[in-house]
Write a protein that binds this ligand. Sequence first.
Ligand code: NAD
Length: 353
Amino acid sequence: MRILITGGCGFVGANLARHFLTGGHEVILLDNLARRGSEYNVEDLTRLGARFVHGDVRCVEDLAPLPRVDAICETSAQPSAIDGYANPLYDLSNNTFGLLNVLEKARRDDAVLVFWSTNKVYSGDRVNAIPVREAATRWEWDAASKYRARGFSFEKGISDQFDVDGGQHSIYGLSKICADLICQEWADAFGVRTVVNRFSCLAGPGQFGKSAQGWVAWWVIAFHFGLPLVYIGWQGKQVRDALFTPDINRLVELEIKHIDRAAGQVFNIGGGMSCCVSLQEMTAWCEKRFGAKVPVRIEPTPRKADHAVYITDASKAEKLLGWRPQVGLDEGLEQICAWVDREHDRLARLYGK
Ligand SMILES: NC(=O)c1ccc[n+]([C@@H]2O[C@H](COP(=O)([O-])OP(=O)(O)OC[C@H]3O[C@@H](n4cnc5c(N)ncnc54)[C@H](O)[C@@H]3O)[C@@H](O)[C@H]2O)c1
């Protein structure tokens, strides 16, 4: 197969590229290298056989000369839920209008298009309406409240049936829900074989994490270099389910292989109940792993549109594709630690150490 990965030098795209190259596929990477660190992947991936095109999804001219492809993985984005407030038009032009150019290429090529959507399509208002109770190191959904909502259960979490309406998605979330709906509409209107994955927190080696995005890798990097951390809101007890790169790669491969079942679908994808962690717990894990502490500042006010607890119900992907996450928290975090050790010199330059 010939596969185009837009945003192919970013964290997710580069891991996916390695996976497909190992599987003997032809891989084209299109990236504008806007994300710091993505430039490091160009040399590594071209050495493995990928073709790199320095281009921008917002420019039709950059996509037009590319050869016909069988599948497109659209991973490019401004992916921070915080940065969008400073420059909303950038998020919308990049994440929404950029997608349109990629979709049109999929339409011309009759290619499968897998789209990276996000749990931020579910607003802070809706998710935080689920009652929580405070435990020692995390907030937990309060099953005693008997709260009910479509697409939610205390046992499984939040499925794709959860309500996407209501305010406070963040500008990033808004740009993604627009793109997510456009994919669904293109599937219906033009028969483009789109698959939408609403991912929760993605993590793994190769993630140049920062406070504003990619927090799991950022925690490990901060402990490695002794950098300060900050809890923004909820005393660091906010909870996310983490999904690691081998599980992302396996999912996408299954979706392309079984496109007869996956086309036109929306999936909620994440590590689920068995792979969730709060910021405080992540700090404790790192303190034990590194045998050291770093300064942690606590900011009382949560980030706008942020979720207190978000855990994915991915049972639809299990039902339709036989996919379920396999990488546990300890294993996934150890993979990040090993990468940070290996890449110490590069990361030292990036993080100013
Ligand atoms: N990391 C997460 O926790 C997470 C969670 C849910 C969804 N997502 C989505 O997954 C996708 C991949 O995220 P990531 O963590 O790999 O982010 P990333 O920033 O590491 O990778 C994105 C890549 O896209 C490139 N890019 C940005 N704008 C571009 C443009 N206009 N044209 C071409 N390339 C462009 C960047 O240079 C970067 O290499 C994104 O769409 C993101 O919104 C990420």
